[in-house]
Design a protein around this ligand. Sequence first.
Ligand SMILES: [Mg+2]
Ligand SMILES: [Zn+2]
Length: 187
Amino acid sequence: MNRALFLDRDGVVNELVFYPSHGEWEGPRNVRDLRMRAGAAAALREASRAGWLLFLITNQPSYAKGKCSLEDLQEVHSAVLDELKGAGVAITDSYVCYHHPESKLEGFGACECRKPSSFFLRQAARKYDIDLAQSWMAGDQDTDIVTGINAGCRTALLNYEHSREKRGTAQPDLICNDLADLVRKLD
Ligand SMILES: [Mg+2]
Ligand SMILES: [Zn+2]
């Protein structure tokens, strides 16, 4: 069986963006706002060399909340994958939840895939023959940790500066500064 590193995207692989209109740091709503996090690609190349299969698992509710178009979000996600590919990082697969439980847009409301649901991790595990107990879920928010716990994975919380208020209650196995720090500690 394979071992996986499941990665949250925003605040892990790319930077969050401050949108004054909502007064919050969020994932990029537009490809022009996309900045990759320094050192992320190098860390992921290293993890890949060590045999970890890499996956992105991300909630992208901005269209469901009426903040941007679905195409914008899809374009951002493609751009993240392109950036990683261009930097020599092999992402095995990526999974995006575009829903939000309070959305009024038909088809974009309640779902079974939004983190902290383990839906996408279990789907990946079946498709790629992954041993979840030997795998890791890493993210910058408590919900990422709960996602990993729900899937029976080990969990790592990344101390990203702009998502500080979204951490503090979950119980991760590891607390790291960033992906480089995490990859050094993986076993
Ligand atoms: Mg995040
Ligand atoms: Zn969903």
